[in-house]
Design a binder for this molecule. Structure first.
Ligand SMILES: [Zn+2]
Length: 440
């Protein structure tokens, strides 16, 4: 039997239950047993949470763990450790692996690896199409029965509109959402960054905002036609947020997420951190970092609740994937370990509402993927909940990618000052990470 753990003296924020106050959290038998003022638990191990926020473990709707098939970039063991250290106790794994989870046996093999190696909860997202090739639908009912919690071909959009229509209808029939990387690959052509001022200055081929906007408009129209559930992955333009707001206002089952990278950075990150304009391949990401006006619209989207979730799109890469010309660099940012600090930084500047941001990391994702029915208490501090994060919202620190637990050291934030640092994480009822906060 697990002993008692008392997380004492912190500010408890539990968005799902409307709790915000100076309270203690008692963990007993691997789950939250009580949340209250000045709880007494003689003999319990204590986490001193003074000056800290205590909140449900973060839930990431969008991450790339790379295993199986791309273990040189990351493994379930390394990337879930990175997630844990970033405060994420539940991670939804995107299916761009080799093999891709497009059938029940592949999902079963993936779940075996997860059971063996993961240090946080990993929920698999199944493919929309066979081998993620975009030609023929996977058996979505079979994937749902095998344990997938949503469907996506992320990394690629479902470019074929007729396939997407059928996919939304079939996914809707089994009650699961499609998380769509909404993009028009033909319009993007050879683009490698946002089409605009910076791409012109650097002579790089651009990805027009219209490629994302047009795809989102199409997907919303198909959602309306089919009655399916559409989740727009990583929105990156101002107009994308408006389209989602409009769809919601019309009562459609449309949700969306934004990455911490797009809330903090703009196309200027491609210039790199130095005084001279350069080509920072670590700032290459899909969808690309956009303009300051877009970034401000994304922040507004979280602040007013149009954006349901902050999801990392954690995408570790090997060194050689980024040590090359910009045009050939693999897109993606290693993000688990900088997510909270990035969010905290924009909060500290007064750009992002703290309570909304925490909801977008906890209760929001639960609603989007309907996780409450699968994992009791997930995204809450209700009695029985098993995941708790303690972080210091004021702590300033400097990113050093060499210290990442992730195999992916690919971050444009190297050397960047961030705000907000994880102090302790209870994952699955167990104190799994606590660099210095615990007292016997
Ligand atoms: Zn994507």
């Amino acid at each position: 039997m697990t002993g008692q753990l008392l997380i004492a003296g912190g500010r408890v924020i539990d968005p799902a239950n409307g709790v915000d106050g100076k309270l203690d959290v008692l963990i007993e038998g691997g789950a939250v047993a009580a949340v209250g003022a000045a709880l007494s638990a003689p003999g319990a191990r204590r986490v001193d949470a003074h000056g800290c926020i205590v909140t449900p473990g973060f839930i990431d709707l969008h991450a790339h763990l790379r295993e199986p098939g791309f273990e040189q970039k990351g493994t379930i063991a390394t990337e879930t450790l990175a997630a844990l250290r970033g405060g994420f106790t539940t991670v939804c794994a995107m299916p761009n692996t080799m093999p891709a989870p497009d059938s029940a046996p592949v999902v079963a093999a993936l779940l075996e690896r997860i059971a063996r190696d993961a240090v946080v909860r990993v929920l698999p997202i199944g493919c929309v199409t066979r081998r993620r090739e975009g030609h023929e639908l996977a058996d979505l009912a079979e994937l749902a029965a095998a344990g997938c919690i949503a469907f996506s071909d992320d990394g690629s959009p479902v470019a074929d509109g007729r396939l997407m229509r059928n996919a939304l209808a079939l996914a809707g029939a089994v009650g699961l959402p499609i998380s769509e990387h909404s993009d028009d690959p033909v319009l993007n052509g050879d683009g490698v960054m946002h089409e605009g001022r910076v791409s012109e200055r650097l002579g790089l081929a651009g990805q027009p905002a219209a490629a994302e906007i047009a795809a989102i408009a199409r997907n919303i129209a198909l959602c309306e036609t089919t009655g399916g559930r559409l989740h727009i992955a990583h929105v990156s333009t101002a107009r994308s947020v408006e389209l989602v707001a409009d769809a919601k206002a019309r009562g459609l089952a449309v949700t969306c997420e934004v990455t911490p990278s797009h809330l903090l950075l703009t196309e200027d990150a491609v210039f790199g951190p130095g005084p001279e304009p350069a080509y920072d391949t670590n700032a290459r990401i899909n969808p690309p970092l956009r303009t300051e006006a877009d970034r401000r619209a994304l922040l507004r989207g979280v602040n007013d609740g149009v954006i349901d979730a902050i999801a990392t799109d954690h995408a570790p890469h090997a060194r050689e994937d980024k040590l090359c010309e910009f045009d050939f660099a693999a897109p993606g940012i290693s993000c688990f370990e900088t997510a909270l600090g990035s969010i905290g930084l924009v909060v500290s500047r007064g750009e992002l509402d703290f309570a909304r941001a925490l909801a977008a990391l906890t209760s929001g994702p639960v609603r989007v993927f309907g996780l409450a029915a699968r994992v009791p208490g997930i995204g809450t501090l209700s009695v029985g909940a098993r995941d708790v994060v303690v972080f210091d919202p004021e702590a300033r620190w400097t990113v050093d990618v060499a210290r990442f637990a992730s195999k992916g050291k690919n971050s444009p934030l190297q050397g960047h000052g961030l705000c907000g640092e994880i102090r302790a994480v209870v994952a699955g009822g167990r104190l799994a990470f606590a660099p210095e906060a615990v007292h016997a």
